[in-house]
Design a protein around this ligand. Structure first.
Ligand SMILES: [Zn+2]
Length: 85
Protein backbone atom coordinates (compact mmCIF):
# COMPACT_ATOMS: atom_id res chain seq x y z
CA UNK A 1 0.00 0.00 0.00
CA UNK A 2 1.15 3.53 -0.79
CA UNK A 3 0.34 6.52 1.38
CA UNK A 4 -1.63 9.02 -0.68
CA UNK A 5 -1.53 12.79 -0.26
CA UNK A 6 -2.38 15.87 -2.28
CA UNK A 7 1.12 15.98 -3.81
CA UNK A 8 1.26 12.48 -5.20
CA UNK A 9 -2.42 12.46 -6.15
CA UNK A 10 -2.18 15.61 -8.26
CA UNK A 11 -0.40 13.98 -11.21
CA UNK A 12 -2.44 10.80 -10.91
CA UNK A 13 -5.70 12.74 -11.06
CA UNK A 14 -4.44 14.85 -13.99
CA UNK A 15 -3.57 11.69 -15.93
CA UNK A 16 -6.91 10.12 -15.04
CA UNK A 17 -8.68 13.19 -16.45
CA UNK A 18 -6.85 12.71 -19.75
CA UNK A 19 -7.32 8.95 -19.88
CA UNK A 20 -10.94 8.96 -18.67
CA UNK A 21 -11.01 5.31 -17.60
CA UNK A 22 -14.20 3.46 -16.70
CA UNK A 23 -14.60 3.05 -12.94
CA UNK A 24 -16.82 0.50 -11.25
CA UNK A 25 -17.47 0.07 -7.55
CA UNK A 26 -16.74 -3.53 -6.53
CA UNK A 27 -17.44 -2.89 -2.85
CA UNK A 28 -16.73 -0.06 -0.44
CA UNK A 29 -13.04 0.94 -0.80
CA UNK A 30 -12.56 -1.36 -3.79
CA UNK A 31 -12.88 -0.23 -7.39
CA UNK A 32 -12.22 -1.63 -10.81
CA UNK A 33 -10.62 0.78 -13.28
CA UNK A 34 -10.66 -0.04 -17.00
CA UNK A 35 -8.72 1.71 -19.74
CA UNK A 36 -11.36 2.12 -22.46
CA UNK A 37 -8.76 2.01 -25.24
CA UNK A 38 -6.69 -1.01 -24.21
CA UNK A 39 -9.38 -2.77 -22.18
CA UNK A 40 -6.87 -3.33 -19.35
CA UNK A 41 -8.61 -3.53 -15.97
CA UNK A 42 -6.99 -3.09 -12.58
CA UNK A 43 -8.31 -3.20 -9.05
CA UNK A 44 -7.74 -0.25 -6.72
CA UNK A 45 -8.17 -0.55 -2.95
CA UNK A 46 -8.21 2.19 -0.35
CA UNK A 47 -7.75 1.96 3.38
CA UNK A 48 -7.16 4.21 6.34
CA UNK A 49 -4.76 3.19 9.09
CA UNK A 50 -3.98 5.46 12.02
CA UNK A 51 -5.13 8.54 10.12
CA UNK A 52 -2.97 7.67 7.08
CA UNK A 53 -4.78 7.30 3.79
CA UNK A 54 -3.46 4.37 1.82
CA UNK A 55 -4.08 3.08 -1.66
CA UNK A 56 -3.08 0.04 -3.66
CA UNK A 57 -3.43 -0.86 -7.32
CA UNK A 58 -2.59 -4.19 -8.92
CA UNK A 59 -0.99 -2.63 -12.03
CA UNK A 60 2.78 -2.58 -12.53
CA UNK A 61 3.27 0.98 -11.25
CA UNK A 62 5.07 1.39 -7.93
CA UNK A 63 3.90 4.98 -7.45
CA UNK A 64 0.42 6.46 -7.20
CA UNK A 65 -0.92 5.55 -10.65
CA UNK A 66 -3.76 7.11 -12.60
CA UNK A 67 -6.02 4.19 -11.67
CA UNK A 68 -5.81 5.42 -8.08
CA UNK A 69 -6.27 8.99 -9.36
CA UNK A 70 -9.42 7.91 -11.18
CA UNK A 71 -10.94 5.91 -8.32
CA UNK A 72 -10.23 8.47 -5.59
CA UNK A 73 -12.91 10.85 -6.91
CA UNK A 74 -15.67 8.31 -6.42
CA UNK A 75 -14.13 7.08 -3.20
CA UNK A 76 -14.16 10.55 -1.61
CA UNK A 77 -17.88 10.91 -2.36
CA UNK A 78 -18.77 7.44 -1.05
CA UNK A 79 -16.51 7.76 1.99
CA UNK A 80 -18.09 11.09 2.94
CA UNK A 81 -21.33 9.19 3.54
CA UNK A 82 -19.71 6.57 5.73
CA UNK A 83 -18.49 6.84 9.30
CA UNK A 84 -14.78 6.05 9.74
CA UNK A 85 -14.12 5.91 6.01
ZN1 LIG B 1 -2.66 1.29 -11.30
Amino acid sequence: MIEINTQNLDKAIAKARQTKPLIKVIQFRRYSVTNKITGATYTVKFSKIGGKKLAECDCAATKVCYHIGAAIGIHIVLAANTVNA
